[in-house]
Structures are given as structure tokens and as C-alpha cells.
Design a binder for this molecule. Structure first.
Ligand code: GAP
Length: 497
């Protein structure tokens, strides 16, 4: 993970936000290559979900339309969705260090012989760090003398005997309390409660409130989807693991509205498989993706009924061999539309044109993290290869690679730069392509390997004789000679495949 984070900074994928002032925890800036990678993933999602939506299980093309709504909405929206009252994590503080922790992310090591103190750790603490802390604080005991218990399973009356994660003293942890995860602001000049507004914690909230607008203004008929991509904000107490859990992030969400009498399970399975396939198509590998079913107690407040919730999980290096969430496929039943109808007093139902019957549609959602997708793609792409000068390369699928090709004259003389320039001018209209003329060719290949450019097109003396160039394929480093006129078509075909 350290190597990936350092490459991201060195090559301009991702920087810490406000780095020159020491950063701001949980916020990230995307650099010139990072924004290209993120936009490519975003555009491919939009294309496969909205422009050419998938073919449904019945062989008919689905209808999905897009929206782009405001980040700040009337707070009533978040009242109805349950976020004002229910979107919280149990948190506890350390009275000594003033640090705050999520209860469900902590584990306690309790002495098996009930003698002496127990010790609290983050759930992802590494074994050597646990051992070294126990060595210092546990008076001759080691890991095997303790049993591991999730902190939520420990009663507060036992806290006096627990040493918190960042202290040496027992009894400094406070009782867990619910802490709302929504970031808020005040609109206008006054800062009273009536001016309080929330930064959306998920993009789908305003999809529900626009449901009637979409039905009344476009020609969609149930079943259909509404999709949106955009920023969401959560006041995560422990933003962690680079861009994995941040306070500002992007989501790509789709709410699929169907008839409650439809075979919901069939649609749910369809979306699970369709979404997993999409991640495979843009470069994640099958053995690093799996489904995880939410247990009854893990279900979000809106997913308590119906066929449940599944996460598509990825094996991020910071958690391997375990997996963590990339996208959620949730059954939201009729929860949100019913809630909005009762709080707004506006009818949120749909009329069947054939039967004239009104009903509240049933909603399944696909909720993908765009920025988390960027992380998964970066992790997947990072490939160590000691045989090449860069020591590694980024194995991006050509469709998401920030730069599709680099045009490199072997030497900066003998008419080669002019040919390179001409090729560059003809290709730049069609794709993101680099023209790099100076430095020795090995260094230029190394740079392109590090940023994951799938193809390097080299102009050499032979090019001036017969109009052919070499195309070097990044992963195999194999070189192929083709005619200058064929370069664009060759690369376009590879991107599309
Ligand atoms: N509308 C449902 C919803 O928002 P979620 O499982 O809370 O569901 C969906 O979020 C996806 O958004 C997650 O699978 C993850 O990829 C991304 N996500 C959620 N919180 C995040 C955070 N703090 N930082 C980065 N990505 C996050």
C-alpha cells in the first residue's frame, strides 16, 4: 500500500488535500493523471448504465435516465430518509488523548486468566505492532495469553480494566455514544437551527425526491432506473487507508424502480451479476472480487425488508487476505418513496397505464464508490517487475488508462521529432496521448510504465524510409511494426476490446 500511495504522489495521481498546510484528514486532491483515471471510470459507468443500459433478463434493453442534483437539499429529505435520526456510528473517546474511535472498529484483548488489564486495538492492527505493545505494557504476557473480543461485545462496566489504543493507562475510554455522520453547514448569514443544512451523505436521496419529476417529464415506464454520479460527504471519525474511507468521496448510484408484484429476487440477482461483471470488464480480477451478504444486524435502516443487501467486495492490499466493500447492491423496498410521501404530503406513486392502478414502486439500488473504484483499480494495476528499469508497471486496462499511448521519437533529430509531432497531431483529437521527445528511450519507457500507458509508439530511422513505427505493448514489452496510417485504428481497437 505504501508503494501505491508513494507512486500516486510521485506521478501525480493523488495528493493530500492542502498538503502545504499539513493536509486535512479524510480529504484528497486528484492530480493530472488521477483525474483522467477517475473520469474514465466515471464515463464508462455512465455509458454502460445510462447511454446504453444493459439488456434485462427478459432480453429487452433497460431504460435508465440520468440526473445531476444539488449536494445541499432541504433537510426534510434527510429526515424522511432516516439519516438525521439513524445515520450514526457508536463512538467513544479517550479522556486522556482526546482521540475518538468507532466502537465497531475496535477489538479488545482480554486476559484469559482474568488477571491484569485488557488492551484495545484497531481491528486492522498488525500482529507485530500488537506483540510489541503487549511486550511493553502487559507484564510478561503475550498474545496467546489473551482472548480477542469485539469491543461492542464488552459491557461498559468492564472498561475500567481496559487500556485504550493510544494510551498506557486503563479506564480512560468513555461509554460509546451515537455520533451522526452527516456534515452540516448553515445557509445564509445566520447560524440558527432553522438555517442548518446537510451535505448529502449519499447521492440517491435526491433521486427519490425527483422520482415524480422524472416520470412526469420523460417517457420512462416501470421497470426503469434513475442514475446519478457525484460527491457525497460523511464525517467519518476514522478516515483510513488512503482514499478508501474519506470524508468527501464520489458515488455512482442507480435506483431501479419496479412493480412490487415483479419477481424482485430475479431483478436483484440480475443487478448483482451485472455490476460484478462491469468491474471485471474494466480490469479487476475475478479472484479479488466477491459478494458479501449483509447479516441481519448489519443491514442499513432502509434495507431491513426484502431480499437484503450484498456488497461487491475487493481484496485491497491493506486488508488482504480479507476483502472490503467496493459497491453495495441493496433492496430498499418501498421505504424511501413511502417516507417522502408521508413527510411531504405529495403523492410519490406511479400509475400503471394498463390497469390505471396506483402503486408505490419497489426500489433496488446499485451504489458504487467512484473514488473507491479508483483505489481498487490502482491496487489491481500495481505490478512489480524487477526486470524493467522502473521496477514496476501499472497494468491499467486500456479503457481506463489515463494516457492511451505515448509517441516517442528514438532520437531528437534526423527528422524523427517532426514525424512524431505529425502523428501526435492526428491522434490527440481521438484520445489522451503523450508526445515525449527528450531523454533516452529507456527512461521514457520507464515513465510510461509507471503511469500505465498501454502503448508506446516509437519513431526510428526506418520510419523515415518506409513509414512504419514500432508499437511496444506495456505488459509484455513486445514490439510490433506497423504502418503509421494504422496506428490510430490499432490502438482504438485495443481500447474497445
Ligand atoms: N445509497 C446507498 C449507499 O450510499 P453505502 O454502502 O453507504 O450505500 C455506497 O455506500 C458506496 O459508496 C460504498 O460501497 C463505497 O464504495 C462508497 N463509500 C461509502 N462511504 C465512503 C467513504 N467514506 N469513502 C469512500 N467511499 C465511500
Amino acid at each position: 500500500m505504501k508503494d501505491i500511495v508513494s507512486l500516486c504522489k510521485r506521478r501525480g495521481f493523488i495528493f493530500q488535500a492542502s498538503e502545504i498546510y499539513g493536509g486535512v484528514n479524510g480529504f484528497w486532491d486528484y492530480g493530472p493523471l488521477g483525474v483522467e483515471l477517475k473520469n474514465n471510470i466515471r464515463d464508462l459507468w455512465w455509458k454502460t448504465m445510462v447511454i446504453t443500459p444493459p439488456i434485462g433478463p427478459d432480453g429487452k434493453p433497460l431504460q435508465i435516465v440520468g440526473l445531476d442534483t444539488a449536494i445541499i437539499q432541504n433537510p426534510q429529505l434527510w429526515k424522511a430518509s432516516g439519516h438525521i435520526d439513524g445515520f450514526s456510528d457508536p463512538m467513544l473517546d479517550c479522556r486522556e488523548t482526546k482521540l475518538r474511535y468507532r466502537e465497531d472498529k475496535l477489538i479488545a484483548l482480554k486476559p484469559k486468566d482474568s488477571q491484569g488489564h485488557g488492551f484495545v486495538f484497531h481491528e486492522d492492527a498488525e500482529q507485530p505492532d500488537i506483540e510489541s505493545r503487549l511486550k511493553k505494557l502487559a507484564k510478561g504476557k503475550s498474545f496467546i495469553d489473551f482472548e480477542t473480543v469485539p469491543l461492542p461485545n464488552i459491557d461498559y462496566s468492564e472498561y475500567s480494566n481496559l487500556v485504550g489504543p493510544d494510551t498506557k493507562t486503563a479506564g480512560t475510554l468513555t461509554e460509546p455514544k451515537e455520533f451522526n455522520l452527516m456534515l452540516h453547514t448553515y445557509l445564509g448569514a445566520a447560524s440558527g437551527l432553522e438555517n442548518k443544512a446537510y451535505l448529502r451523505p449519499e447521492t440517491c436521496g435526491s433521486i427519490f425526491t425527483n422520482f415524480k419529476n422524472v416520470v412526469d417529464t420523460s417517457r420512462v415506464r416501470i421497470p426503469f432506473g434513475i442514475a446519478q454520479i457525484g460527491k457525497s460527504f460523511r464525517n467519518e471519525v476514522t478516515p483510513r487507508n488512503f482514499i478508501f474511507r474519506s470524508r468527501e468521496f464520489e458515488q455512482m448510484e442507480m435506483q431501479f424502480f419496479c412493480d412490487p408484484k415483479d419477481d424482485i429476487k430475479n431483478w436483484f440477482d440480475f443487478w448483482k451479476e451485472t455490476r460484478k461483471k462491469w468491474w471485471l470488464n474494466i480490469g479487476l480480477s475475478e479472484n479479488k472480487l466477491h459478494f458479501h451478504a449483509h447479516s441481519e444486524e448489519d443491514l442499513a435502516h432502509y434495507a431491513k425488508n426484502g431480499v437484503g443487501a450484498f456488497d461487491i467486495e475487493y481484496q485491497y492490499p491493506f486488508i488482504a487476505p480479507n476483502f472490503d466493500e467496493l459497491e453495495g447492491i441493496h433492496d430498499r423496498s418501498q421505504f424511501d418513496l413511502t417516507q417522502h410521501e408521508s413527510l411531504s404530503g405529495k403523492k410519490m406513486q406511479y400509475q400503471d397505464l394498463q390497469t390505471n392502478e396506483w402503486f408505490t414502486p419497489y426500489v433496488l439500488e446499485t451504489a458504487a464508490g467512484l473514488t473507491r473504484g479508483v483505489l481498487a483499480i490502482l491496487c489491481e494495476a500495481y505490478t512489480v517487475d524487477e526486470t524493467r528499469p522502473s521496477g514496476m508497471y501499472m497494468n491499467f486496462h486500456p479503457s481506463v488508462a489515463p494516457k492511451k499511448a505515448a509517441i516517442l521519437p528514438l532520437v531528437a533529430k534526423d527528422g524523427q521529432p517532426e514525424v512524431a509531432q505529425k502523428l501526435y497531431m492526428s491522434m490527440r483529437e481521438h484520445m489522451n496521448v503523450d508526445l515525449d521527445i527528450k531523454q533516452n528511450i529507456g527512461k521514457r519507457y520507464a515513465r510510461q510504465d509507471e503511469i500505465g500507458t498501454p502503448f508506446c509508439v516509437t519513431i526510428d530511422p526506418k520510419t523515415l524510409e518506409d513509414q512504419t513505427v514500432t508499437i511496444r505493448e506495456r505488459n509484455t514489452m513486445a514490439q510490433e511494426r506497423i504502418h503509421l496510417d494504422k496506428v490510430l485504428e490499432y490502438i482504438q481497437q485495443k481500447i474497445a476490446s
